[in-house]
Design a protein around this ligand. Sequence first.
Ligand code: NAX
Ligand code: ADP
Ligand code: MG
Length: 386
Amino acid sequence: MIGVDLVYIPRVKEIMNRRGEDFLERVFSPEERANLNLRPETVAGRFAAKEAMAKALGVGLFKAGFKNLIVTQDARGALCGRYKNDTFDLSLSHERDYAVAVARLRESSVLSVSNEAANLLPLVDEKDHKGARGKAAIVGGSAGMFGSVDLSSSAALRAGCGLSYAYVPDAVFNDFSLRMREVIVKKQSALDDLRGVDALGIGPGMGRDRRARDVFLKVYALDLPMVVDADGLYHLAEAKAESAGPKIYTPHAGEMARLIGRDADWVNAHRDDAVDECLALYGGVVVLKGHGTIVASKDDRVVNETGNAGMATAGSGDVLTGIITAFLAQGLDCFQAARLGVYMHGLAGDFAALHKSKWGLIASDLIEYLPEAFLRLEAAREICQK
Ligand SMILES: NC(=O)C1=CN([C@@H]2O[C@H](COP(=O)(O)OP(=O)(O)OC[C@H]3O[C@@H](n4cnc5c(N)ncnc54)[C@H](O)[C@@H]3O)[C@@H](O)[C@H]2O)[C@@H](O)CC1
Ligand SMILES: Nc1ncnc2c1ncn2[C@@H]1O[C@H](COP(=O)(O)OP(=O)(O)O)[C@@H](O)[C@H]1O
Ligand SMILES: [Mg+2]
């Protein structure tokens, strides 16, 4: 994943003298030519950088194309390289007649990222404080199901929220609050406090009894952006519920089947039709999970390209609920939050699988690798904005 190249500067000087603009036009992209210093040692260094990038990629220079291997700078002014979605660290030097370049394919570049997703990242203002970075709340949890609300509310913090609250049944409040560190734990008897948050996720591990149903109906009627998942979807399918604010529904095939009155095999065989039926019944944004997760509203639809089968493990959907809720709380609209949330969840899963394998991956790894996914997307955004 590294490449090196040495260029004889007098040869470059001779070609520049002989072919002039024609040479520069063939080798450098318009973006590079706009800032190119025409000293032969500089041109030779850039030329070496392109060859070094091609070597790091294991692709021939002519096959990759000179102009597709771009030498640029990151936000800190450091030289870096780009080839399609891959990015490189670059180091250049010259002495007397020779220019040398070393390129290292960034590890995270093994996974290519979507510029469209990168451009959705919420902005972070240098003067932000925790109250300004989005307040998310997850309503869920029950005896034996602490894990799900822990995963959701912790993922909301890792996805950029300044504050994350977990609203759990009063009966498990003491046990649950002992277990959490950054997440603030609240009792479900204090649901009125929810009006102060920016977005909500409801359902993970909340249970299906009458008490849980009553909590669901109260929360579902709040006029706040909301992700409805897991047992929240169960109550939605069972009870006639009044909805006020914008909603994102995140069913897996089994939950989708219950929502639209079909069976899971039918849903698996007709994923797009199932999403259409769900949108017709409930509106909002629908996220049909599984391989090739579909994110759809009545106007837009995408099939997600990140993620892997290692994510088919208990709790990974709970992590997704927290991530999407966090993006809602940071001001994205429902479609954007669902699109970016599903994308980042899958990218974190791809990084987790790289490090821990598809077998060894567990849901909390998705939270652990979210920062790596953010770094990768941030780098892609910086480069594509240049
Ligand atoms: N550590 C924890 O506390 C965990 C708690 N969890 C909670 O457990 C509760 C129940 O969740 P479940 O998802 O088991 O609920 P469900 O009982 O609604 O769904 C499970 C059923 O759906 C089927 N299914 C799922 N994906 C399918 C697919 N792609 N094709 C066909 N069938 C499919 C399964 O085979 C199973 O029969 C929720 O509250 C959830 O949040 C889970 O999230 C796991 C982790
Ligand atoms: N084969 C797969 N490929 C990609 N992603 C998958 C695959 N199987 C499951 N996932 C993802 O893992 C998550 C599982 O969610 P869910 O079934 O709700 O789990 P849980 O309720 O246990 O948290 C979803 O985001 C889903 O898209
Ligand atoms: Mg689930």
